[in-house]
Write a protein that binds this ligand. Sequence first.
Ligand SMILES: [Zn+2]
Ligand SMILES: [Zn+2]
Length: 165
Amino acid sequence: MILDLKSIFAAEGSAKQIDYEFDMSDTEFSGVFPLKTPVSVSGRVSNSAGVVSLLLDIRYVYSAPCDRCGEFAERGHNVILDKMLAVSIEGEDSDTIITVPNMKLDVDELVYSEVVLDIPYKHLCNEECKGICSVCGKNLNREKCTCEKKEIDPRLAKLAELLDN
Ligand SMILES: [Zn+2]
Ligand SMILES: [Zn+2]
């Protein structure tokens, strides 16, 4: 979506609502296409006393196998974007200002890069996910196994022996 901001820049007190969905289902991350449902974008662009600002709430659902147990998991995330828009800026580039030289903002491009930056480094079905036993391969969220003790660091095993006695 390209947002034409001419009327916003021209009139103090003016505002425009933004409410749309952006399809990122063809975006690949580490071999999967995790953004199966469209990214929802809502917010507004407004001119307050000559300062044009953009406030966006970007929500997306990340669907992929859990990094620990491999079970398919969906988790919702959201990014709040709060920026100022300017036709040009003097001096250095700023993180808080987006320049829109022709008063047009490519919202898709902005949303795309924000989502890509926000994709969690770790994707877990649950923060408490116990993962898979490296010895027997059981999903420890569903069943217990008896080989856990074998994974203990040998130095800690000695301590566990002492505590057992
Ligand atoms: Zn998991
Ligand atoms: Zn096991």
